[in-house]
Design a protein around this ligand. Structure first.
Ligand code: PLP
Length: 396
């Protein structure tokens, strides 16, 4: 029955993590997978999450199926987090938010929905983007193309080329945009650039699909939602898939959501109905523990401020290790312009290293990056940054 199937080569990032775990060198450093580790190199369990779990356990209660769209309190909190407490679109009933199985679940539900309702359109993703974007949309049956994004010569953004490309797209093309902390490059649009992009999206009648996987890891919770709020203010219809995996350090709990910000309450109702049906056909309904966690942390004033503080600490730590790496490497390699390490935001930096240089880092220095040259800043600590800088200085 299945002898003809092609073997799955495996996911390159998970394969690297396996290789890292098998590596017996005590000084090894994992800068490959997109996970936030603390200064001790541990995956943190946030205090706000521990406290929420204590309360959830104390409340007890049965574990029924959630509705297809997820838990109402969780969904309402997510909409406010994305758009801001008092956003008129929420009061007007123009926001259709569903709780999903991580933001991956949200991205995929959105992809399947769009494939049904905008069937002859294509999807445009940044060059480069998170590998799974292409796989997900192609898996839903879309042709996926890329628009210019990363500038390898400056370590910055090819903004004018990006705009020119988007200006040439057919109406209703779907444009996937990273709202902040771009994965894999760490290169983001500045607010003034969003302000120039949005009129193009509107004039060309494009459908923006935001991926907000790192809210709070860039400049702050509200600052990182700039694109969401500017799009909402422009009156455009758009999608946003958001995640709590990183911002609450709850990767395996699969906490995420998908929101459609629509032109009218009637349109939002239609979209919500078909999103529910899309969920029904895939996984039926999302996870109740995820819903309770998000609802408690976002909805309770004490837990909310605890979360905001812990998120700020994670963000600050990433800035500090970025600065430390920049300082150490600049001292070792004054011939190189390393300003990109400071200007790139969030969890990742694109180092510009070739696949061969990445292989040398791993084989000769036990420093693990993914072969595109993406470095996960959150794997750096004040304790390993010297060693990483020395290893980098030897291969660049
Ligand atoms: N989008 C981007 C850009 C990501 O980097 C990730 C995870 O690494 C995701 C989406 C998916 O996150 P999750 O499904 O854990 O919410």
């Amino acid at each position: 029955m299945f002898e003809h199937i092609t073997p799955y080569a495996g996911d390159p990032i998970f394969a690297l993590v396996d290789a890292f775990n098998r590596d017996s060198r005590p000084h090894k450093v994992n800068l490959s997978i997109g996970i936030y580790f603390d200064e001790q190199g541990r995956l943190p369990v946030l205090r706000c999450v521990q406290e929420a779990e204590r309360r959830i356990l104390a409340e007890g209660g049965a574990k029924p199926y959630l509705p297809m769209e997820g838990d109402a309190t969780c969904r309402a909190e997510v909409a406010k987090l994305l758009l801001g407490e008092q956003h008129p679109a929420i009061g007007q009933g123009r926001v259709a938010t569903i709780q999903t199985v991580g933001s991956s679940g949200g991205l995929k539900v959105g992809a399947d929905f769009l494939r049904t309702w905008l069937p002859d359109r294509a999807v445009w993703v940044s060059d480069p983007t998170w590998d799974n974007h292409r796989s997900m949309f192609e898996g839903s049956g879309f042709a996926v193309h890329s628009y210019p994004y990363y500038d390898a010569t400056t370590g910055g953004l090819r903004f004018e080329d990006m705009l020119a490309c988007l200006k040439g797209l057919p109406p209703r093309s779907i444009v996937l945009l990273h709202a902040c902390c771009h994965n894999p490059t760490g290169v983001d649009l500045a607010p003034v650039q969003w302000d120039r992009l949005i009129p193009v999206l509107r004039e060309r009648e494009l459908l923006p699909y935001l991926d907000l996987a790192y809210q709070g890891f860039g400049d702050g919770i509200d600052e990182d939602a700039y694109a969401v709020r500017a799009l909402a203010a422009s009156g455009l219809t758009f999608f946003v898939a958001n995640s709590f995996s990183k911002s609450m350090s709850v990767y395996g709990e699969r906490c995420g959501a998908l929101s459609a910000i629509c032109a009218s309450p009637a349109e939002a109702d239609l979209v919500m109905g078909q999103l529910r049906y899309t969920v029904r056909r895939i996984y039926s309904s999302p996870a109740i523990h995820a819903a309770r966690l998000v609802a408690h942390v976002l909805g309770d004033a004490d837990l909310r401020s605890m979360w905001e503080g812990e998120l700020a600490q994670m963000r600050q730590r990433m800035v500090e290790v970025r600065q430390a790496l920049h300082a150490r490497l600049s001292a070792l390699r004054p011939d190189r312009d390393l300003g990109f390490l400071l200007s790139q935001r969030g969890m990742f930096s694109y180092t510009g290293l070739s696949a061969e240089q990445v292989d040398r880092l791993r084989e000769e220095h036990a420093v693990y990056l993914i072969r595109s040259g993406r470095l996960c800043v959150a794997g750096l600590t004040q304790g390993n940054v010297d060693r990483v800088a020395q290893a980098l200085a030897q291969v660049v």
